[in-house]
Design a protein around this ligand. Structure first.
Ligand code: ADP
Ligand code: MG
Length: 260
């Protein structure tokens, strides 16, 4: 083996040892390119490491996406603003900058069923994942059930730490089911612990004035609202249900077809 060849083998070993697998794989072609293009050492090394950096970024993004458990792949590009003319688009654009995540502010999406609350929550969550934040999606019912199980199994603190970890926690569908005292206490503790530390994106079909009815305890409702609202953006989504629109379009198409 020539000296040059053994040095090449060593270089490959170094890359593997450092687990720079993408760089190791690209090495022959990048060496060839550097030779042909007479690249400087700096330019060659920069290119090789850029390849490793992209591979690492892609792997981390995939990991964050998996962890986030978003129930749908929607992004803001999929959101049809024309269908919801009452929605404050400027505010949504502002939220999409993710400044609220930096400020650990909350986003409350309030409105009747079918108007796109969950979709908007998922789109913002997705945006945060792509920007590098840790995000976790759960429904209010699931959060309550998981905390209940954790309490029975002596893992309450672990569950609390889990829900405090992500920079953005989506709590979907608060208010669809009435919350028992224990469930309300779990949600309250999550809200309390995240207060001023991490964002919550919460969706609910209940107007804020009627939150007392979601929880058995009006004191808990008031204390929770206090913390949620202190630093928050409230998006009221009125307008008609997007689902109903789709149903209506389908039934109109069926009717039209029947007339033919
Ligand atoms: P909510 O959570 O308010 O009940 P969803 O977010 O689940 O409503 O929306 C219901 C359905 O309608 C979903 O399939 C969603 O993708 C669709 N949808 C709602 N609003 C829009 C919108 N503005 N643009 C595109 N799809 C929408
Ligand atoms: Mg929903």
């Amino acid at each position: 083996m020539s000296a040059a060849e053994s040095r090449y083998q060593k270089l490959r070993q170094h890359l593997h040892y450092l687990r720079l697998e993408a760089a190791a794989e690209a090495l022959p072609q990048e060496l060839e390119r550097a030779r042909k293009g007479k690249l400087s050492h700096t330019a060659f090394l920069e290119r090789l490491l850029a390849i490793e950096v992209s591979a690492t970024e892609a792997r981390r993004l995939a990991g964050r996406l998996r962890f986030a458990s978003l129930p749908a792949p929607w992004t803001l590009q999929d959101f049809d603003f024309d269908a919801q003319p009452a929605l404050d688009r400027k505010l949504v654009d502002e939220l999409a900058t993710l400044r609220f995540v930096e400020e650990a502010a909350n986003v409350l999406l309030v409105g009747p069923p079918g108007v796109g609350k969950t979709m908007l929550a998922i789109c913002l969550a997705r945006q945060a994942v792509e920007a590098g934040y840790r995000v976790y999606y759960t429904s209010a019912a699931e959060l309550a059930a998981r905390c209940h199980r954790a309490a029975l199994e002596g893992r309450w603190q672990t569950a609390m730490r889990f829900y405090c970890g992500p920079a953005v926690l989506v709590v979907d569908e608060l208010g669809y089911l009435p919350m028992q005292a224990k469930a309300a206490a779990a949600l309250f503790e999550v809200v309390q612990r995240r207060y001023l530390k991490g964002s919550i994106i919460l969706t609910t079909n209940r107007g804020i004035a009627s939150w007392g009815q979601i929880f058995d305890d009006p004191m808990i409702a008031a204390a929770m609202l206090d913390r949620l609202l202190h630093r928050s953006v409230v998006l009221q989504i009125e307008g008609e249900s997007y689902r109903m629109r789709a149903h209506r379009a389908t039934s109109e198409a069926l009717r039209a077809a029947a007339r033919r």
